[in-house]
Design a protein around this ligand. Sequence first.
Ligand code: ZN
Ligand code: ZN
Length: 325
Amino acid sequence: MNEPNALTAPDTGVEKAVLPVADPSAELPTPPRLSAGLWVANLLAVVLPFLALGGVAVFLWGRGFHWLDFWLLLGMYVLTVLGVTVGFHRLFVHRSFETNAVVKFILAVLGSMAVQGSLIHWVALHRRHHQHSDEPGDPHSPHLHGEGILGLVRGLWHAHLGWIFEPDPPDLDRYAQDLRKSTMLRVVSALFLVWVVLGLVIPAVLGGLLTGTWTGVWTGLIWGGLVRVFLVHHVTWSVNSVCHLWGFQPYQSDDQSRNNYLFGVLALGEGWHNTHHAFPTSARHGLRWWQPDVSYWVIRALALVGLAWNVKVPTKEAQKQGERT
Ligand SMILES: [Zn+2]
Ligand SMILES: [Zn+2]
């Protein structure tokens, strides 16, 4: 089943994605040490939103929480999570549908605003996760960290955010060669920090314009910017950690991936993670009517207006065949 240089799925009825991943049998060189600057940058990206939340608590003392702040938070949350789920994940990693250059650009920028690394880096790491899922070589498995409660806690920490502090695998470049062929995607990826700043400036400007006050700028930045990044981080990281530990496994997959209702909802469909590992090229992760999959609804809506095509979903027979017996 495992062909070299290809990400394969069980016989899903969905066209197998032949993606440019590394030869799994290739010997890996020793990983380089993470530079001090990158280590500090990663630490700040993780810790700053927590500090922001503390700041919010102080700021809110006696002042309340306004509807505009709520809408800026929700709007920026939904847009940037969709950038990751519909864009980075289902379009760029797994090619589960096709679209035009404008939609690609918008999704790549929105996904970058989620502050989870540049497009090409994200895609390469996630392909590596599928190739080595829950085995040595998986960048963020909660398993493989020892036995007992201590092993579980260590694994949970590693899968949730500890892995971010580890140096990139030396062969990472080989996993996203297809994206590097596109000048537009290379440029969007290289401008990652610009999109991060834009993702903070937009809610701040909207907050200022809609209230006509400097306080509005400040609350827009906090709620639509920093608090939103904090929530997006922990919800999407939970797909790596929680969804490889807790939930149901209705389908066969060679790993510990689980379907988790909470993150199915919060991560806009990505929590149906066992289904995703069983049918990785499917644009739809929540295959049952009771499994909400907002990201798939967005892809369906794009298809309805002619902005998405070749949307891949496994046939009923393939779904039946993929069930765990
Ligand atoms: Zn996974
Ligand atoms: Zn995936």
